[in-house]
Design a protein around this ligand. Sequence first.
Ligand SMILES: [Zn+2]
Length: 233
Amino acid sequence: MDRILELQELDGEIDRLERRREQLEAGEELAAARKIMEDAESRLGELRLALDAVERESARLEHEIDSMSAKLQVEEKRMYDGSIANQRELEALQHEIASLKERRAAAEDQLLEQMVRREDLEARAAEADAEVRAARAEVDRIGGSEADELEATVATLGERREAREALAALFDEELLELYEDLRRQKKGVGAAAIVDGVCQACHEKLSAVELDRLKHTDDVKRCEYCRRIVVFA
Ligand SMILES: [Zn+2]
């Protein structure tokens, strides 16, 4: 491989490693994983609060239904044990019994609604619980592997920079300057191979005339489209 492509490859790798090191130092992935975990925890917390409320309301309704049933039993007994002779009193009692039954039925409907709501909440809480556990595992995993990866990245960067320095020393100064200018202007890529007449940086196919001219020139070869330094592969 031509030396300039070797240099380009090293520089590309150094750029990638530096970006990765910055990411790792910023701890963005860990922060993002923590955010996901906190969101899942707060959803779970809300569901548990809602479940508590449903349980309290269910207990209250059950208690209400029990006491209405007990009262009904007493009133119905009074109705038939002959202790009330007065017709008006009897009618009042009948009215009271009918009203109690109505209120009890309404309370039973409400209790059923709470049971349905509870089932739904329990299913969602189980899902949220699984999400929280998965998110916690992810936070632990990223926290551990990020520290290792940062260490390895810094070490590799050191090696690559040394290799880059040694390689750059072999270049003609003007060519190196041109290459570095191009890298600054063109997203880090200053040199590329030409494969089957196509510039591998901008992916344009060079004209046959230009390809022929490039093959025979002693000047620095450059892509007629993107102006990068090119090398025939
Ligand atoms: Zn090009």
